[in-house]
Design a protein around this ligand. Structure first.
Ligand code: ZN
Length: 429
């Protein structure tokens, strides 16, 4: 068995480098939307990884949602081959971050280091994870330059808006072809002791009910679209939500409340358009002839998408026959299928084994309530040996004063580097 002491010593030496790298990444404000500074962060990663011996490629996702001359969707894939043939281990991180929002007490793009924590938008989701994977890979390559196989690191766009200009595009272009890449780790902030096997599915749709406009003093001369929508919501309360609450999944979804089917009603709007804030007039009196809601239905590996769609349309069709003058439109906005990697898959088992060695307790296997880029690697790339593993506290993602703990990153860097040793050093366990 290979002695890993020099590898772990090298990681320990890189603590300051890890901090500086994380800070540098946070200081490039890659806000999405609209998709700012994607080229800058790719150029930064290009310089860094080229210096470490990687061959790099910058890829623009032409024609994907949001891609334009002002906000081009840039991605980077860096490849480093070892001394002999073997598997390729790919670390994929998204480089975009969500809007800042209110409530910050630190500079969201300052990367301040306070009491062992680095603060900033994207610190935990997921520039800290990206930096950790780079440090782990560099330490491994420096210690074992003749390793078998290859290591890849990608920085991709648009995960926060569906990943179509990032991982989905790369998967379509063959970058996750299982003949070329055998293991994928996505360093999303799932905590240093957990392996995330996949995520639930999502179905987003807009439902509109129709009525007839009339004077508000004589509503009986028109037909109120909002009351029709009220009937829809009532059906959701009496039929749909109770039915969904009975469906439990075998997926280890955290938190516990997401281990069943869920649905959020994202928005509702009926009647007159809302006026601008500076409008101080009074509303006109009209019966609304349209009401719209957007639903966000999250579903389980055990639920086929057709069933998810079907139970909503059956409920609406039922109202059509039971309710006078009820008519509706349903427009699908998007859907994402669930993804679940087997816990005995090589990458899941390897990471879990190294978590136990480093932390002295068994790894926890979890699944995510929301989706992330694994869906594209699974469904488009047809690569099943993919999990999320990275430092950081999931609950801090998208919050004010988001941070990443330096100690947590150091532990995860060890676990990632030891996993590389287990997969790419033929004599190791
Ligand atoms: Zn993320």
């Amino acid at each position: 068995m290979t002695d890993l002491t020099p590898l772990l010593a090298r990681i320990a030496d890189k603590r300051d480098d890890l901090i500086a790298l994380t800070q540098d990444l946070i200081r490039i404000p890659t806000l999405n939307p609209p998709g700012e500074n994607y080229r800058d962060i790719c150029d930064y990663l290009d310089r860094r990884l080229s210096k470490s011996g990687f061959t790099t490629e910058l890829i623009r996702a032409h024609g994907t949602p949001g891609d334009c001359e002002k906000y081009p969707r840039w991605n980077i894939v860096a490849h480093k081959s070892g001394g002999s043939a073997g598997d390729c281990v790919h670390f994929n991180s998204h480089t975009d971050v969500v809007e800042v929002g209110n409530g910050w007490t630190t500079d969201p793009f300052g990367g301040d280091l306070i009491d062992g924590k680095i603060y900033g938008r994207g610190a935990c989701d997921m520039k800290g994870g990206l930096a950790t994977s780079i440090i782990a890979a560099e330490a491994f390559i420096e210690t074992f330059p003749d390793f078998a196989g290859a290591i890849e690191i990608s920085g991709t766009a648009d995960e926060e808006s569906g990943g179509y200009g990032g991982v989905a595009y790369l998967a379509e272009k063959g970058y996750f072809n299982p003949a070329k890449v055998q293991h994928v780790i996505i360093p999303e902030p799932l905590n240093k002791d957990r392996v995330c096997l996949g995520h639930r599915g999502g179905w987003w749709a807009e439902i509109e009910t129709f009525g007839e406009i009339a004077h508000g003093s004589m509503p009986f001369l028109g037909d109120c679209a909002v009351r029709h929508m009220g009937a829809v919501l009532d059906k959701f309360e009496t039929d749909l939500f109770p039915a969904m609450a009975t469906r439990r999944t075998d997926m280890p979804v955290v938190p516990e409340g997401a281990r069943q089917s869920t649905m959020n009603i994202n928005s509702i709007h009926g009647g007159q358009k809302e006026q601008n804030d500076d409008f101080n007039g009074l509303p006109a009196h009209c019966v609304p002839d349209s009401c719209r809601i957007v639903i966000d239905r999250r579903f389980l590996d055990e639920e086929p998408l057709d069933q998810v769609r079907g139970e909503v349309t059956a409920l609406l069709d039922g109202l059509k026959s039971s309710r006078d003058k009820f008519s509706y439109d349903l427009r699908e906005i998007n859907h994402v299928l669930p993804s679940m990697t087997d816990r005995n898959a090589p990458i899941a088992a390897t990471l879990a084994g190294q978590i136990e060695k480093v932390l002295g307790k068994p790894a926890e296997f979890v699944a995510s309530p929301g989706t992330y880029d694994q869906k594209h690697i699974d469904r488009i790339g047809k690569l099943k040996n993919c999990v999320a593993y990275g430092p950081g506290i999931l609950e801090l993602a998208h919050k004010p004063d988001e941070y990443i703990g330096v100690d947590d990153m150091m532990v995860s860097a060890q676990i990632m580097a030891r996993s590389l040793a287990a997969l790419l050093l033929p004599t190791d366990d």
